[in-house]
Design a protein around this ligand. Structure first.
Ligand SMILES: [Zn+2]
Length: 88
């Protein structure tokens, strides 16, 4: 009785793999459905999935580390929030 090895209920490990692979390639419909089904019932994997998409978004917003365009006004703005200079 080992019918549910590749049943509709993937294990956490498989879902983690699917989530990671989903960043590199397009998952098939079946894979996505199985992932979805598992995420509905598994908090841990839901969190994992959220972190992965956060990571992916962060990676996309980071400039490529080619040593080009190192300086820009954007970084400076971060350090200096708008501080109105009141007259003394
Ligand atoms: Zn899980």
């Amino acid at each position: 009785m080992q019918a549910h090895k590749t049943g509709l209920k993937p294990t956490c490990r498989e879902v983690h793999r699917l989530v990671s692979e989903g960043l590199d390639r397009k998952l098939s419909v079946v894979e996505r459905i199985r992932m979805r089904l598992h995420l509905v019932v598994c908090d841990a994997c839901t969190r994992f999935n959220g972190q992965m998409s956060l990571l992916r978004r962060a990676m996309h917003s980071f400039p490529p580390l080619d040593g080009e365009g190192g300086e820009g006004g954007a970084a400076e703005v971060k350090y200096k929030p708008h501080k109105p200079r009141g007259p003394k």
